[in-house]
Design a protein around this ligand. Structure first.
Ligand code: NAD
Length: 334
């Protein structure tokens, strides 16, 4: 049987890097594309092309034949500090929309059927996420639309774009709405990192009994999905008969202060939390996994504590490596 071929757009990013590993472990030939290499791990892609997916000519060059599977993960994105200040709105919308327009159309021209698109829980309306204890993130609640950021509006537009190509051009695109994915080999400093990584870094850097600052009152709730389960849901959805959009997230909702406490316990440092004003997004958000369970017969199950423990250990080792400090085994990281 011929080797299957996959294209991963955004392969230099967090989820894309892990997805390449998964596809390689399944025996795929993989082409990765990104504007940069992954900072945290060597790519396993057979062919890694550096280039700008906003450039239509570049996109038609890298989508040069009929891949069996295409995963479109490239986007201009970041954590709350990047998306909610408003300073990056024009870039976020322009850059991500162009990438999606280019990639999808090039796939259509090569008669590629299966394209995965990574949308986001940020599409859900603000008015359904005001109560931190009872957010509504059922897939059908996305309309009437009222996302809390331009990032969410672009995702909603692009979801509709992929669905339109399914209807008008006989494509079989699959759309997931990811909810806060975290894990090793993701951004952990520099402003694009998300809450779990930022809290792990702050606590890893703090002295025992020390203090860390947490944006907002800390009562805002979220759920966080470990990267391995995100990848599992992604490949399952792409190969399924269900086009989505469907949530890929965890249903284990937790407040940001409780998350900080969990990480403090994992670290063994007994950290004090100080809540300070800062960008925080909606009050409450949780995945609703009824649809994915029904359509794929699968949903994420890993307890948050397990994923956070692995992530804390990785970020702690990165920090020690950076400052040339001994790791927990007493060795200086190289
Ligand atoms: P990431 O930022 O690590 O990866 C995105 C990659 O896209 C980056 O490596 C970036 O360099 C690349 N990229 C951006 N502009 C590009 C361009 N013009 N040309 C080529 N490459 C370009 O993000 P991630 O966490 O891996 O997320 C992957 C996808 O999942 C994104 O579409 C994101 O919106 C979506 N998503 C992620 C989360 C999450 O919690 N991580 C949640 C919801 C949705």
């Amino acid at each position: 049987m011929a080797t299957k071929e996959a294209l991963v757009c955004g392969a230099g990013g967090f989820i894309g890097g892990h997805l390449v590993k998964r596809l390689k472990s399944e025996g795929f030939w993989v082409r990765g594309v990104d504007i940069k290499f992954n900072e945290h791990a060597e790519t396993l892609a057979d062919d890694f092309v550096i280039g700008d997916l906003r450039d239509q000519q570049f996109v038609s060059k890298i989508i040069d034949h009929r891949f069996d599977e295409v995963y479109q993960l490239a986007a201009d994105m970041g954590g709350a500090g990047y998306i909610f200040t408003g300073e990056n709105d024009a870039n976020v919308m322009h850059n991500s929309a162009l990438i999606n327009l280019n990639v999808l159309d090039a796939c259509h021209k090569r008669d590629i059927k299966r394209v995965f698109y990574s949308s986001s829980a940020c599409v859900y309306p603000v008015h359904n996420q005001l109560d931190p204890d009872n957010p509504n993130c059922t897939e059908s609640s996305a309309y009437p639309a009222n996302p809390d950021s331009e990032y969410g509006w672009e995702k909603l537009f692009s979801e509709r774009l992929y669905l339109a190509y399914n209807r008008n051009h006989g494509m079989e695109c699959r759309i997931a709405r990811y909810h806060n994915i975290f894990g090793p080999e993701g951004s952990w400093e520099g402003g694009k990192e998300k809450a779990p990584a930022a809290l792990c870094r702050k606590i890893a850097a703090a002295a025992p009994g020390g203090q860390i600052q947490v944006w907002g009152d800390g009562k805002q709730t979220r759920s966080f999905l470990f990267i391995d389960e995100c990848i599992e849901g992604t490949v399952r959805l792409l190969r399924s008969d269900f086009e989505g959009p469907v949530n890929i997230g965890s249903e284990e909702m937790i407040s940001i202060n409780h998350l900080a406490q969990m990480i403090s316990e994992i670290s063994g440092k007994d950290i004090v939390i100080e809540n300070i004003p800062g960008p925080e997004g909606v009050r409450g958000r949780n995945s609703d996994n009824r649809l994915i369970r029904q359509m794929l017969g699968w949903a994420p199950e890993l307890p948050l504590h397990q994923g956070i423990s692995k992530t804390y250990a990785w970020i702690d080792s990165q920090l020690k490596r950076k400052h040339n400090l001994p790791d927990s085994a007493g060795c200086v990281a190289t």
